[in-house]
Design a protein around this ligand. Sequence first.
Ligand code: 9L8
Length: 838
Amino acid sequence: MEKKEVLKKLSPSTNEFQGIDIESIQKSFVNHLEYSLAKDEYSATELDCYKALALTVRDRLIERWIETQQAYYKHNAKRIYYLSMEYLIGRTLGNSLINLDLYNVVNTAIAELGYDLKELRELECDAGLGNGGLGRLAACFMDSMATLEFPAYGYGIMYEYGIFAQQIIDGYQIEKPDNWLRYGNVWKISRPEYLYPVNFYGKVKQYYDSDNHLKTEWVETRQVMAMANDIPIPGYKNNTVNNMRLWSAKSTRDFQFEYFNDGDYEKAVKEKAQSETISKVLYPNDNVHLGKELRLKQEYFFVSATLQDIIRRYKKTVKNGFADFPDKVAIQLNDTHPALAIAELMRILVDIEDISWEKAWEITVNTCAYTNHTILSEALEKWPVYLLEHLLPRHLQIIYEINYRFLQRISKKYSNDIDKIRRMSIIEEGKDKKVRMAHLAIIGSHSVNGVAELHTEILKTRIFQDFYEEWPDKFNNKTNGITQRRWLKLSNPGLSDLISSKIGNGWVTDLYVLKQIIPFTGNPDFQESWQKIKLENKKRLAEYIKINNKIEVNCNSLFDIHIKRIHEYKRQILNALHVITLYNFIKENPRADIVPRTIIFAGKAAPGYYMAKLIIKLINSIADVVNNDPDIGDKLKVVFLENYSVSLAQIIIPAADLSEQISTAGHEASGTGNMKFALNGALTIGTLDGANIEILEEVGKENIFIFGMNASEVDELRHHGYNPWDFYHKNPQLKKVIDMINNGYFSKTRVFLFKPVIESLLDLGDTYMLLADYKSYIDCQQEVSKTYKNKKKWVKMSILNVAHTGKFSTDRTISEYAKDIWNAKPVHITIPEKSDEK
Ligand code: 9L8
C-alpha cells in the first residue's frame, strides 16, 4: 500500500472521531496529562490540567478542522479572506466547548476527576492580539463565519506580545509586557514548514525581454520569512472548523548556514533578531496612526505572506490562470491596515504572472473590498512617500501608476477641476508627500463599507464625498454586531438558561428569536427570575471588585458602567463630571432619597496618549475622595478596574444596569460594547452616535436614555463657533464641578495636576463638546435614577432591550457581507457516522 493510503486507513477521520462521551473525554484527558505533558497525578499542576483539558478539546477540533479544509478543497468553494492586523480573541476553551456542544459533558467528566471546569478555564491567558472594537469585531466575525458555514480564513500577525497588561499604581496606568506565549499556547499550531519569503528594500529593475515587452523586477531585496501559525475556529454545533492563520517573522539566516560559516557570526545573530522584531509586538494604539516604519513593515509582511498563501491555494484548484480569481477569492480589508494588498496583488499579477495592467486591475478591484472603521483624522493612515520608496520601492511605483490612471479619468470627466483632483489623489501633496491609504483602498476595491448607518452616511457625505459621487454603488453599510455565543451564552449562563427555558435555544443561531420573550415581559415570575440573575451577576462582579480594588460595593446600587479604550472622544471625562455632580448633590442634600450608584470604569490608554493617561488618574483621584468620604457611604462608589480585557468584559457586562455610550455624536463609528450591554439586559444612556441610533430604533425610545446633540447639531455648533466658556458661566453646577477639579479638590497634594484637563475643556476649545452636552447628560442621568426606583418598570425595559437585540448579531452582519460583497455560499461539513459498537 502507498504511504498515503496507509495513513488514510489509520486516520481517525476515516474511521471514527474521538468520542464525546464522559469516559472518552476522561481518557483523553489523562492520556494528555501523561503523554503530552509528561505528568502524573502527583506532579500535575492546575495549569497542566487546564492544558490536558484544552488538548482534549483540541483533538476534537482538529479532526473537524481537517474535514472542513478537505471539504472546501473538494467543493472548490469561493474562499473568504478576512485580513486584519488585530484579533482580540480572549480565551478559547469555554467558547470551543460551547461551539462543539461539549460544555456539559466536559463539565461532568472533569468534575468526576475532581476538577472544576470554571477554575481551569480561568487559567487560560487571553489572546490579546488587538486594541479594542476593531480587533474584537474581527474575532466575532470569525465565530459567525464558522457558524454560518462560510469557507472563511482569518489572516493576521502572531504578535509575541499582545496588548500590554495595565496596572494601576497610585492611580496611574503602568504598562507591563503581555508575554502571553510564555507557557506555550495549546490553540496555536505552528507550522514551521509553511514558510514564505517576504522582501523589503532593494530597487526596481526594468528591461525589455526578447519579445520586446517591458519587464519589471524588484531586486537586491532583504528577506524575512513568514511562518504560519494556525488557530482553529469552530462554528456552533455544525462540524465546521475554520482556520485563522497568523504569521510570525523568522530570519532567513536560520536557513542559510553558510552565512554563519563565512560571515560575521555576531552580526548574523543580530540581523536574525532584527528581522524577527517584525512580529514582536502589537502597536497599542486605538484610533491613532503613528507612522512608524516598523508598523509599515508589519503591514507589508502580513499582506505579502497572506497573498502568497491565497495564491498557492488558488493555483491548487484553478489551473488556467487568474481570470477566475475574483470568483474564487474575496479579500476583505479590515480598515486600511492591510491596504497594501491592493498594490501587492497588482505587483504579483503584472510583474510575476505577466498579466496586462488592465486585466490585473480588473481582477484586483473585483477581489478586494474595504471596511472603514473611523473618520477621526488622526486615525487615517498616511504613509510618507519617502518611507515607502525606501521600504517598498516597487509598490510605490505601482501606487503612482494606479493614481496616474485614476486622475486621468477624473481630469477628463471634470475638465481639470484641480481642487477635486487634489482632494481625490492618492498622494497628499505638501512638504513631505504622503500616500493616503484610504484613497488607495477605495480606488482598488469594488466595495467600501461603513460599520453603522450614521457612519456610512458620514463617509458618503463628508470624508469620501468625492468618491461617493464617482461610485455611488461602491458604498454600502454593514452595521456591526457581536456573537451571542460568547456575549450571552458563555458569559451569562444564568440569563441564557432563563431565556432558553421559555423560548428554547433557537436564539443561539438566530438572535431575532429573542423577540419571543416579549410576551413574558409583564410576567412577575419571569421578572423576578430576571432580577435575581442580574443580582447574582452583580454579586460576582462585586466579589471581583472586593478582591482587586479592596472596595466594598452595594449590590443594590445601580451599576453604571463605562468600559472601553480611554479616548477624549469617548468622553470618560463627561462621566467623571457627572460623578462629581452626584457627589456634590449628596454632600449638599444628605437626607435626600437618592438612588445609590456604583460607577465603574475600565479601559486602557495608549502608552503615548498623555491626556488619556491623565484621565485615568483623574478618575482614580475622584474615586479616592468619593469612596473615603463618610458623608457619602454606600450612596456612591467609584471603581476603576485595572487591565480591561475580553475576559474581564465577560464578567463586567452581565452585571451592568446602565451602559455608558456617550461619545460626541459623529465620532464613534459604531461601537460594539453598546450591543453587548443591551444583550445582557443593561439599559443604555447614550448619544445619537454610531450604532446607538440603531439600538434606539430597535428597542424604542421609551426603552433607552438618549441625550445631547446629534451629529448635525455638533457640526452646526462647531461651524458657528463653539465657546465652552459660555456653558461654564451659564451653569453654576457645572462651574462648581470644573472649579473643584481646577482647584485641586481631587489632587490636594498637587493642586495643578489636572490643569491640562481643564485647559482642554476651557482654553483649548473643548474639541469633544463635553460642556455643551453636560446639562442634557445630567438631566438624563436624573431620569435614569428616577426610572431605576421603579423596579417593575426597569425590569420591563431591561427585558425589552434583550428582546430587541436580534439585529446586533454578527450572524446578521456576516450574512450581509456574504450576500452583498463576497457572493459567497456556505459549505456544509459532515463527519463520519459514529459506529454502533461503542
Ligand atoms: N472606534 C471604532 C468603533 O466605533 C467600531 O465599533 C469598531 C469596529 O468597527 O472599530 C473602532 C475603530 N478602531 C479603529 C482603529 C484605528 C487604528 C488602529 C491602529 C492604527 C491606526 C488606526 C486601531 C483601531 N478605528 N475604528
